[in-house]
Ligand binder design. Structure first.
Ligand code: FMN
Length: 397
């Protein structure tokens, strides 16, 4: 049986084991640049035994940020990112950066720029209209991804993960629910996938073959009329045929319309209402239950859908979603997944992997209360263990 703790190849890169810390937005970059707290966050994960840590959401353009306190990839960010990469490497882990464009998920008010979508729509959470991308926008944003990826390569990152999920921009284009365009980017799956495939190709062409390239893709949007199997499986086949990626990380849900589908477990509605400005808080009180229904937690909750993709493609796959136990990791290997990714379990216990490897733990302590979701506004952490906010310092030079 494949040993999850043995080293493994991810494209051109060797990871010390098969466990990847998934992107969990760290919430410690108020000036959109790397801070000591961001470095500390990833140092802890690296020292805790994961094979690779993923620096969460790095926008490729200013209007593609989820909100203003989010790094966007520009030359000024490179020195800090290089410091971050070196700190992770010093603790034996590899480092990946998640790049993307938030599209309709972007907070337009905070960014001071309209959010972009596949089509024009109204976002009740930001109380603003989302503008439809023109073909000029699409061409520019494809180039922005390539440019952002090049900056991460310059900073010494081992891998790049393209965010093609959760109804961020590329995923909104993929979704029949959020894309009713009538041009070459709407209609058939082939057309809806065109934008994402152009991004992947452009990034690979830009970074060459020495940096690993993965994509986070949705199995199911979790919203009526959204992307779901078998289309998501067909999309995985397209990406495999394109040959530009080293692995796919499988996820689901919609940050736009159904975030709890991503997570399962308790819906932290009260915490969430507290961080909203008054008008949006009122709207959330009215529609919050619809926007944030709770789904029962189950270990490895995307496994069944992920197995369908496993049967359809040969390329390496990363299983994600509710992985908390060592036997789940081992079963994932036995079922043909090359890697697993873990988010909340390592947010709570960054040293869980080292302890599992040493035979000191067989499962994590995360209880899926999901209150960490809301902690992104005050420094992402397990609020059960660390109730106090994290105050981020000045950016590192
Ligand atoms: C606090 C927090 C922040 C997150 N931020 C991101 C993000 O920036 N990008 C992303 O793709 N997923 C993000 N996620 C989702 C995780 O990467 C992962 O898909 C999800 O938590 C399910 O995996 P898990 O059950 O191992 O936690 C976030 C999750 C949490 C809890």
């Amino acid at each position: 049986m494949t040993d999850p703790f043995a080293s493994a190849r991810l494209g051109p890169v060797t990871l010390r084991n098969r466990i990847i810390k998934s992107a969990t937005f760290e919430g410690v970059v108020p000036s959109a640049l790397v801070t000591p707290e961001l470095i500390e966050f990833h140092q802890r994960v690296a020292a805790g035994g994961a094979g690779m840590t993923t620096v969460a959401y790095l926008a490729v353009a200013p209007e593609g940020r989820t909100h203003a306190a989010c790094i966007w990839l520009r030359p000024a960010a490179v020195p800090g990112l290089a410091r971050l990469a070196a700190a992770v490497h010093a603790r034996g882990a590899a480092i990946s950066g998640q790049i993307g464009h938030a599209g309709p998920v972007a907070n337009a008010a905070s960014n001071g720029a309209p959010a972009l979508g596949a089509v024009r729509s109204f976002n009740p959470m930001s109380m603003r209209a989302t503008r439809a991308c023109t073909e000029t926008d699409i061409d520019r944003i494809v180039g922005d991804h390539a440019h952002g990826a090049r900056l991460l390569k310059e900073a010494g990152f081992d891998a790049i993960e393209i965010h093609l999920a959760h109804n961020y921009l590329a995923s909104a284009f993929l979704s029949p629910r959020f894309n009713t365009r009538r041009d070459a980017y709407g209609g058939s799956l082939e057309n809806r996938a065109r934008f994402a495939r152009r991004i992947v190709r452009a990034v690979r062409d830009e970074i060459g073959t020495q940096v690993a390239l993965t994509a986070k893709v949705s199995l199911h949007d979790g919203v009526p009329g959204g992307l779901r199997p078998p289309e998501s499986t067909e999309f995985a086949r397209m990406l495999e045929a394109d040959g530009a990626l080293d692995a796919l990380e499988l996820t689901g849900g919609s940050s736009l319309a159904n975030p709890m589908y991503l997570f399962r477990g308790d819906a932290p509605r009260a915490d969430f209402a507290r961080v909203l400005p008054p008008l949006r808080r009122l709207a959330f009180r009215m529609f919050g239950k619809r926007f944030m229904p709770a789904y029962p937690f189950a270990e490895a909750y995307f496994r069944d859908m992920a197995l369908t993709v496993r049967a359809a493609v040969k390329m390496p796959l990363i299983l994600l979603g509710g992985i908390n136990r060592l036997d789940t990791i081992q079963r994932a290997m036995a079922e043909g997944f090359q890697f697993v990714a873990m988010g909340r379990a390592l947010l709570r216990e960054p040293d869980l992997i080292a302890r599992m490897q040493a035979g000191e733990a067989t499962s994590g302590n995360c209880v899926h209360c999901n209150r960490c979701m809301v902690s992104i506004y005050s420094g992402s952490r397990c609020v059960l263990d660390h109730p106090a906010p994290i105050v981020a310092g000045e950016p590192v030079a």
